[in-house]
Design a protein around this ligand. Structure first.
Ligand SMILES: O=C(O)C1=C[C@@H](OP(=O)(O)O)[C@@H](O)[C@H](O)C1
Ligand SMILES: C=C(OP(=O)(O)O)C(=O)O
Length: 453
């Protein structure tokens, strides 16, 4: 299991030539977690093609096995999962270790919370430090018991009642994971579980529940808020799922191609769910030459090929209401902003303080170390770009955060001087192929010795 990480290994990225050709990125992380979880509850055998094989998803595979689902890998990216039926999870013998996977554990707490079993969840040091209260509070209202040594942090044990209560829950924060955890708990809850969503968030759970044959309705109320109603205790039917490319991974290639002169890169078969494309919208506003070809629908999700040509960017103000559609992309947007003419202001970033790391602080410190002008606010970041020389051999502290690590490697590839990250191990969680894929496009990375303590 990924809980104890190997010693950190620094990696240096140096300026690379134009990125050209056609590439694919690994499967979407959000959809990969959900496909395994719904497959584990469905009747019959679900097949998944294009599953992300990063550490986060492998932790979900192990968890679904521990609850009784039969999961096998038939070839790279191809998996089969035989479900146990709604309400059929077995009580696991050992603690379920989610490593670094914040999404995995939060969705699983919901999925397992309404089963009449007891299960203990844990994770690596970073995950044990992250708050789980926003998931546990609604689960407690459904009747789930929670036992935690330290308030609402891992490791913790949950015990589902014989019959969970359906709730109506108005999301206090725009979080797809909170919404999804409650809907997953609703699957084994008699009656109707209702979510009121004042601000839209990614809707992969709703789309996939529909595909698996759940009884789910989506509506809006007179205030324009989105209402999701799920009737529980209905069978799910196994599906054949094709996971599109992860736009949050494609984001690194998109920005690299925009910044590196002479690039003309196409990233094929990327998920284009409207709640995931805020970064593309922002980069186009900044003057990025980005075109979408071959638009199609795959398994109920919009997909397309993204063609990116190197462009001169200018700073913009990114409105706070766009945050849910690009929440994991601010680190790489900040790198793009460092090369843009003028200042890019990013607002409404409160959620970034509680991701794998405090991402506002991590990005600001990394950019400052590389000579970029940054202003950090409690919920905002302003980056002034266009400096003559970006990078300078500075070592960036990634705080074990995969998005921070990958973003600063892109800075090194696009900048005038090399950039070193203190550890590239975290990239395994979401984009294990990053280095090989970039090498294939001509990029060069150098491994240094172990990081100084
Ligand atoms: O639902 C999901 O799969 C995710 C939702 C987002 O988190 P929040 O829902 O907490 O905003 C995102 O940051 C995370 O990487 C994945
Ligand atoms: C926040 C993220 O995910 P998680 O919390 O699942 O690690 C992310 O992938 O950027």
């Amino acid at each position: 299991m990924p809980s104890e990480r190997p010693s950190p290994v620094p990696l240096t990225a140096t300026a690379t030539g134009p990125l050209k050709g056609r590439v694919r990125v690994p499967g979407d992380k959000s959809i990969s977690h959900r496909a395994l979880m719904l497959g584990a509850l469905a009747i019959g055998e679900t097949t998944i093609q294009g599953l992300l094989e990063g550490d986060d998803i492998l932790a979900t595979v192990a968890a679904m096995r521990a609850f009784g689902a039969i999961v096998s890998r038939t070839e790279p990216g191809h998996w089969r999962i035989k479900g146990v039926g709604v309400g059929g999870f077995l009580e696991p013998e050992d603690a379920i270790d989610f490593g670094n996977a914040g999404t995995g554990v939060r969705l699983a707490l919901g999925l397992v919370g309404s089963q009449a079993i007891s299960a203990t969840f844990t994770g690596d040091a970073l995950l044990r430090g992250r708050p789980m209260g926003r998931i546990l509070d609604p689960l407690r209202r459904m009747g789930v018991q929670v036992l935690a040594r330290s308030k609402d942090r891992l490791p913790l044990t949950i015990k589902g009642p014989d019959i969970t209560l359906p709730i109506e829950y108005r999301l206090p924060v725009p979080s797809a994971r909170v919404k999804s955890a409650i809907l997953l708990a609703g699957l084994n809850t008699p009656g109707i579980t209702t979510i009121v969503e004042p601000t839209l968030t990614r809707d992969h759970t709703e789309r996939m529940l529909t595909a698996f044959g759940a009884s789910i309705e989506i509506d809006s109320n007179e205030d324009g808020e989105r209402i999701v109603r799920l009737e529980g205790r209905r069978d799910l039917k196994a599906q054949q799922i094709v996971v599109p490319g992860d736009p949050s991974s494609a984001a690194f290639l998109i920005v690299a191609a925009l910044l590196i002169e002479g690039s003309d890169l196409t990233i094929e078969a990327v998920l284009l769910n409207p709640m995931r494309i805020g970064l593309i919208e922002t980069l186009v506003e900044m003057g990025g030459d980005i075109a979408i070809d071959n638009r199609r629908t795959v398994g109920g999700e919009a997909v397309g090929d993204i063609r990116v040509r190197a462009s001169r960017l200018r700073g913009v103000t990114v409105p706070p209401e766009r945050a849910p559609s690009m929440i994991d992309e601010y680190p790489i947007l900040a790198i793009a902003a460092a090369f843009a003419e003028g200042t890019t202001v990013m607002e409404g970033l409160a959620e970034l303080r509680i991701k794998e790391s405090d991402r506002i602080a991590a990005i600001a410190a990394g950019l400052l170390a590389n000579g970029v002008t940054v202003e950090e606010g409690p919920e905002s970041l302003a980056v002034t770009g266009g400096a003559a020389r970006i990078g300078g051999g500075a070592t960036v502290t990634t705080r074990l955060d995969h998005r921070v690590a990958t973003s600063f490697l892109v800075l090194g590839l696009a900048g005038q001087a090399p950039v070193t990250i203190d550890d590239f191990g975290s990239i395994q969680t979401s984009f294990p192929e990053f280095q090989a894929l970039m090498n294939g496009l001509g990029a060069h990375f150098e491994r240094a010795g172990p990081a100084a303590a």
